[in-house]
Design a protein around this ligand. Structure first.
Ligand code: PGA
Length: 254
């Protein structure tokens, strides 16, 4: 079964308004085919100008986080219902939210549910720390994150789920996982999904994230169970992001 590849740019807490708009204009011009989906996740204040700059093209606009409630007395939080007026997707449980902001597996699962309820795609991010990997616990940590993250998601809803495997030690470090490790962990995620949800589970797009760059993208995206990438640093420049989209296009065409 062919899964459409995804190249998604997580801009994190970067870029001025003018820079974000210029980058969005550059991303909108990247040539792609139906075989590759492109998405960008700007910081909240730039969602509206970036939406304008994308100019109704095929690039999916996403948010980096949201709250679990739709409305009410939650000062500083952002409603998934409000985001749904602008966005097609939201990240849930990015490692920086888990490890810098202390988000628990339970909270991440509630966020995934809230994103689906608002009608958007949830990108559930999972991945182990270096310590956990060295202790041989990478798979059990990811399994626990999947169990909680997808606890309230039914088989028929899986088309609205993307899983991003992002080892914490590879994020922003310049040291990506080897293609073998990326493949083995993404295959593990797909196996877990298939065991619980059959064909609908194995059809979920599983991305790799963590120091993907034009230099290593070909070998990572060529892995059988890697359906594209969630890209941080290399998504902040239209040229390098375009090189990653082009690599996905080449692989999808094989
Ligand atoms: P990186 O970030 O590509 O800069 O390692 C990936 C991510 O955090 O999603």
């Amino acid at each position: 079964m062919t899964r459409t590849m995804i190249v998604a740019g997580n801009w994190k807490m970067n870029l001025s308004r003018a820079e974000a708009v210029a980058l969005a204009e550059g991303v909108a011009e990247i040539k792609t085919t139906d075989a590759v989906e492109v998405a960008v996740f700007p910081t909240f204040p730039w969602l509206v100008p970036v939406e304008d700059a994308l100019d109704e093209g095929s690039v999916v606009l996403g948010a980096q986080d949201c709250y679990v409630e739709t409305a009410g007395a939650f000062t500083g939080e952002v409603s998934p219902a409000a985001l749904a007026e602008l966005c097609g997707a939201v990240l849930a449980g990015h490692s920086e939210r888990r490890h810098v902001l202390g988000e628990t597996n339970e909270l991440v699962g509630a966020k995934v549910r809230a994103i689906l309820d608002a009608g958007m795609t949830a990108y559930l991010c999972v991945g182990e720390t270096l310590d956990e990997r060295e202790q041989g616990r990478a798979k059990s940590i990811v399994e626990e994150q999947l169990e909680h993250g997808l606890a309230a998601v039914g088989t028929t809803e899986l088309a609205q789920i993307v899983v991003a495997y992002e080892p914490v030690w590879a994020i922003g470090t310049g040291v990506a996982a080897s293609a073998d490790d990326a493949q083995s962990m993404c295959a593990f995620v797909r196996g877990w999904l298939g065991a619980r949800h059959g064909d609908a589970g194995t059809a979920v797009r599983v991305l790799y994230g963590g120091s993907v760059s034009p230099a290593n993208v070909d070998e990572i995206f060529a892995c059988e169970d890697v359906d594209g990438g969630l890209i941080g640093g290399a998504s902040l420049d239209a040229e390098s992001f375009g090189a990653l989209v082009a690599a996905a296009g080449r692989i999808a065409a094989v």
